[in-house]
Design a protein around this ligand. Structure first.
Ligand code: IDP
Ligand code: MG
Length: 162
């Protein structure tokens, strides 16, 4: 395939991005949102939310991590203060958001990524991003209520897509 053909096959996806309590407490909300905004993806949902402990424990969100030794700490961490819940849409947004976020362990995250620039520990890695388009849809449905995700057309769209 020619690169432009491959690029045109990547689909419009949704990613659930969440600024974790450390990002909010450290005053990094604007900095983190601006990195996604500048990339040219579309913000469709945004709210500050205090996640209740019961919800975090039963929540489908971290279901695959329930058996891990760090799970209780993860629940304490994620419920320790408000988080910023976001829904972002764009072509290939799931993978591109993960690249902007960087590796799970901030010590392995490249400079220029959010975790590489702004964090030092896996247990305080400031931001979450969906790991597949399926999980993007699933997590947005989990964290947002009906009517909280907005469909709209940014005026800059012709300047982002040819
Ligand atoms: P990801 O956030 O990069 O997708 P996952 O493996 O899905 O990484 O883990 C989810 C979250 O669980 C991580 O972002 C981190 O906050 C926490 N976590 C993962 N592994 C560890 C660990 O070994 N110690 C403490 N926290 C961890
Ligand atoms: Mg993950």
């Amino acid at each position: 395939f020619l690169p432009h053909l491959v690029a045109s096959m990547v689909e419009v996806e949704e990613s659930y991005i969440m600024i974790k309590p450390d990002g909010v407490q450290r005053g990094l909300v604007g900095e983190i949102i601006s990195r996604f905004e500048k990339k040219g993806i579309k913000l469709k949902g945004l709210k500050l939310y205090q996640c209740p402990t019961e919800l975090a424990q039963d929540n489908e969100h971290y279901k695959d991590l329930q058996s891990k030794s760090f799970f209780p700490n993860l629940i304490d961490y994620i419920t320790s203060g408000p988080v910023v819940c976001m829904a972002w849409e764009g072509v290939g947004v799931v993978a591109s958001a993960r690249k902007l976020i960087g590796a799970t362990n901030p010590l392995n995250a490249e400079p220029g990524t959010i975790r590489g620039d702004l964090a030092v520990q896996t247990g305080r890695n400031v931001v979450h991003g969906s790991d597949s388009p399926e999980n993007g849809n699933r997590e947005i449905a989990l964290w947002f209520k009906e009517g909280e995700v907005v469909e709209w057309t940014p005026v800059q769209e012709p300047w982002l897509k040819e």
